[in-house]
Design a protein around this ligand. Structure first.
Ligand SMILES: [Zn+2]
Length: 290
């Protein structure tokens, strides 16, 4: 790894960046290190990220299979009169926990190895598989509960209500409200590089919701913060699910480099279009570059 000072070597005669006097930690793992990501084209996860994502997906699927098992057990109970209400509720809760765990693992895997938006059906399925899994994990049971001949009205109201609420909770937990995509990572990285002297290097804090271009940004140099993390745009997303750039840092960078936001955005868009068109060629040349 290169020494921390490499940021100073930039040919920038522009205003110096504010440095933090807090502890700045370069994050490890996740996406490739900032140096390797320079002048990036389309975002590609590292082998390490891919491996981790694969593992998370396996565990997610395993959780969902176990959730289906819990649901199967609950349905089985419905056919064993008199129905054991306690066990029925226990199995619904187990089903719910497993569905949520699976969805969280699945969403994290997508942040490490995001799908492409090119095929909108596949993109939806991969991004929102947690929601799909929630429906599969509860809808059959709900139908069986309300059509069961072994439950009276009151019992149907109780367990049916619990199962519907569980479906809603699992469904909401399963939705990815801001699903990551290859295109989004590429776009955000390019934008940051363009306004940040070609550097894909950002800063964030443990509790932060935005990433910063300057470790000395006043928003993260408060008394509440004692450690600042440094990494790529993709790493901020992978590790902390941070998707937005600090508006103060953005304004400063645009002003210091005399840039116009909409112009940069157009540039990024144009690059992404041309890369999307020439993608088949670049994948071929990339493999020979190693
Ligand atoms: Zn900032």
């Amino acid at each position: 790894m290169r020494p921390k000072e490499h940021g100073n070597k930039l040919k920038s005669k522009k205003m110096a960046k504010k440095k933090s006097d807090k502890k700045v930690t370069r994050v490890e793992g996740g996406s490739s290190q900032p140096e390797e990501q320079k002048s990036s084209g389309t975002f590609r996860p590292t082998e390490e990220s891919k491996g981790k994502a694969k593992q998370l997906r396996l565990f997610a699927i395993l959780s969902w299979i176990l959730a289906l098992g819990a649901q199967g057990g609950a349905i089985y109970l419905l056919f064993q009169p008199p129905v054991n209400m306690t066990w029925l509720i226990v199995l619904i809760v187990v089903d719910l926990i497993l569905a949520i765990v699976g969805a969280q693992l699945w969403k994290k895997s997508n942040r490490l190895d995001p799908p492409s938006e090119k095929n909108s059906f596949l993109f939806f399925m991969q991004s929102q598989l947690g929601l799909v899994a929630a429906i599969i994990a509860f809808l059959p049971l709900i139908i069986f509960i309300f059509t069961s001949k072994n439950l009276d009205k009151k019992q149907k109201g109780i367990v049916g209500g619990i199962a519907v609420v569980a479906l809603l909770i699992a469904g909401i937990a399963g939705v990815d409200f801001n699903p990551p995509s290859v295109e989004q990572y590429t776009e955000q990285t390019k934008y940051v590089e363009k306004i940040n002297n070609n550097q894909n290097l950002v800063y964030w804090t443990k509790s932060g919701t935005v990433y910063h271009l300057e470790s000395g940004c006043s928003y993260i140099n408060t008394d509440r913060t004692d450690e600042i993390f440094e990494g790529t745009v993709a790493q901020a997303r992978e590790l902390k699910n941070i998707t937005n750039l600090c508006s103060l840092c953005e304004r400063r960078a645009l002003k210091n480099n005399n840039l116009d936001k909409s112009e940069i955005e157009q540039e990024v868009e144009a690059e992404m279009e041309s890369e999307a068109q020439g993608e088949n060629n670049t994948t071929k040349t990339d493999s020979t570059q190693n």
